[in-house]
Design a protein around this ligand. Structure first.
Ligand SMILES: Cc1cc2nc3c(=O)[nH]c(=O)nc-3n(C[C@H](O)[C@H](O)[C@H](O)COP(=O)(O)OP(=O)(O)OC[C@H]3O[C@@H](n4cnc5c(N)ncnc54)[C@H](O)[C@@H]3O)c2cc1C
Ligand SMILES: *[C@@H]1O[C@H](CO)[C@@H](O)[C@H](O)[C@H]1NC(C)=O
Ligand SMILES: *[C@@H]1O[C@H](CO)[C@@H](O)[C@H](O)[C@H]1NC(C)=O
Ligand SMILES: *[C@@H]1O[C@H](CO)[C@@H](O)[C@H](O)[C@H]1NC(C)=O
Ligand SMILES: *[C@@H]1O[C@H](CO)[C@@H](O)[C@H](O)[C@H]1NC(C)=O
Length: 452
């Protein structure tokens, strides 16, 4: 079996390197990506006096929280990584997304707009003053282990040349929702309309008066159903989620799975046909780390990265770490991971030996197997989230993420599906470590009291 082959291989593999947890003079930490996660790392690295550079491909920080009207490639001809669209509001209460010790101002609604969250990131960067450490227009092409350090090669999008710099530590924070996962159906190539992935969706205005097929009912699928049902001439939504489906609009029609496309429409599994003009596939994302070289010793796929200790540390080469390669967690998790990594690099704590880290990872894999889970679940935390936070605190002394956030997250995950059209009209207030209050906010829920 696939799993067992892996375990054997890992157990027999030699342990090559062990030199982490020392802030060497003259050393440099390289962070890849200036989204929420990379910015969190920058804040702690600066605070702990670590020498670092953040390599960001685009001309901007903020990652997916920055709206960019470009689709496909940007003004510098590199891929557009952000998936942000007009009118987006967070689908999780903001306290589960705030950086440790840096809350939104009083009066910010619990479900701010995407624009408001981007403003929050801007105010964070200004407050901690590390923008000069971000090197923009530096598209990382490869990270290789050579001669006891990392060699990071990036393309400068101004002169199109490649540059290679040595790094003692690498923090990969290049995002989780950057490579769209497309679906494919018979007849798709004969369809005369335009089919896009939700990654390329920007503005409901493009769909005014059109007959649109929406595929999928994950976070994006349900959100776009709300955004488009009163804009389009007809919104045909193919999905098989069971939930408390609201009344969207007279123009909304729910359909089962797609059987095939025809030149002017779609035939569904139940044999019905709908004429459509455009289609939007909300079919999710793959992990993508094309720049991580084989010399990292990792196995990377669209669905998992292994073996990582605490979903963070490359066990084969512990001076390479990842932020955000973790599923079913609140966004605050990446802040805790960033503090963990910065503490490690600053020498505030030491990792276990590689052998012990591997043992811990194997225990994790055995538990997955015992629960009939698969290797694709290896980076999922989910219900273990609070233990995960407790572990990060116990091992590295990072600020304890309040357990109440997981409770709020769990309530929200259910409430969103129970009351899709209205769940964002409420406000949450944390009263104590174990209590919160939820109250109706109505239209006030759109304000953003951040000046920047
Ligand atoms: C549409 C959408 C809505 C979301 N809404 C919510 C929400 O409501 N609540 C919530 O908790 N989470 C939400 N998320 C999850 C969101 O991903 C996290 O909140 C957070 O933005 C993750 O930040 P990140 O820094 O890990 O990744 P990103 O924000 O994707 O940032 C990655 C950065 O790395 C850069 N980069 C990528 N590759 C390279 C390279 N090779 N070289 C150099 N730089 C590179 C990119 O340009 C980008 O700036 C949403 C995600 C999406 C896509
Ligand atoms: C910081 O990193 C740069 C680039 O590698 C290096 O030139 C410099 O000496 C480092 N500074 C310190 C204080 O370590
Ligand atoms: C830069 O590096 C990439 C990846 O290694 C390579 O494909 C590309 O051709 C290089 N560009 C230049 C200008 O050398
Ligand atoms: C669409 O408009 C109708 C009528 O104004 C309204 O009842 C419905 O809630 C709207 N749908 C959405 C998803 O906003
Ligand atoms: C927390 O640490 C314990 C002890 O190392 C381990 O058994 C457990 O799997 C960890 N849990 C999580 C969610 O990280």
């Amino acid at each position: 079996m696939y799993n067992f082959l892996w375990l054997t291989f890992l157990c027999l593999s030699p342990f090559l390197e062990y030199a982490v947890g020392l802030a060497l003079p003259d050393s440099r930490t390289c962070v890849i990506g200036a989204g929420y996660s990379g910015l969190a790392a920058a804040r702690y690295l600066k605070q702990y006096g670590v020498n670092f550079t953040v390599f960001e491909a685009s001309r901007h920080f903020g990652g997916t929280w920055r709206f960019d009207p470009h689709v496909g490639t940007d003004e510098d001809g590199i891929p557009v990584f952000t998936s942000m669209y007009k009118n987006l509001r967070t689908n999780t209460p903001r306290m589960t997304m705030e950086y440790g010790g840096y809350p939104f101002p009083e009066g910010t609604p619990s479900y701010p707009t995407g624009t408001c969250f981007y403003k929050y990131l801007k105010s964070f960067v200004k407050h901690f003053g590390f923008e000069e450490n971000i090197q923009f227009r530096s598209y990382v092409m490869s990270v290789k282990w050579a001669n006891r350090h990392w060699e990071l090669t990036y393309m400068n999008t101004a002169d199109r040349a490649n540059y290679t710099v040595p790094c003692d530590f690498v923090i990969v924070a290049s995002g989780q929702y950057i490579k769209p996962k497309m679906a494919s159906f018979p007849g798709m190539d004969t369809f005369r309309g335009k089919i896009i992935h939700s990654h390329d969706y920007r503005d409901p205005a493009h769909y005014e008066g059109r007959r649109v097929l929406l595929l999928g009912s994950g976070a994006s699928g349900l959100d776009l159903a709300m955004h488009l049902s009163n804009v389009t001439a007809k919104l045909v939504h193919s999905h098989h989620r069971k939930y408390n489906e609201p009344y969207f609009s007279d123009r909304y029609v729910k359909k089962p799975d797609i059987k095939e496309f025809t030149p002017n429409g779609v035939i569904f599994e139940d044999g019905t046909f709908e004429e459509i003009d455009d289609a939007i596939f909300c079919t999710g994302y793959f992990y993508s780390h094309p720049f991580v070289d084989k010399s990292s010793g990792l196995t990377l796929s669209g669905k998992f990265v292994l073996p990582l200790y605490r979903h963070i540390v490359n066990i084969r080469h512990p001076s390479m770490t990842f932020l955000g390669v973790v599923n079913v967690v609140i966004t605050r998790t990446m802040d805790a991971q960033a503090e963990y990594v910065a503490s490690l690099i600053a020498g505030k704590f030491k990792l276990p030996s590689q052998e012990d880290m591997l043992r811990s990872w194997l225990d994790h894999v055995h538990t997955l197997q015992a629960n009939n889970k698969k290797i694709v679940d290896v980076n999922t935390v989910g219900d273990d989230m609070d233990n995960y936070f407790a572990n990060l605190t116990a091992e590295a002394g990072v600020a304890r993420v309040p357990p109440i956030y997981k409770e709020i997250r769990d309530f929200n995950a259910v409430n969103r599906l129970d009351d899709l059209l209205n769940y964002r009209d409420y406000d949450y207030e944390v009263l104590s470590q174990h209590d919160y209050k939820r109250s109706y906010m109505g239209q006030r829920s759109l304000q953003c009291p951040l000046e920047i």
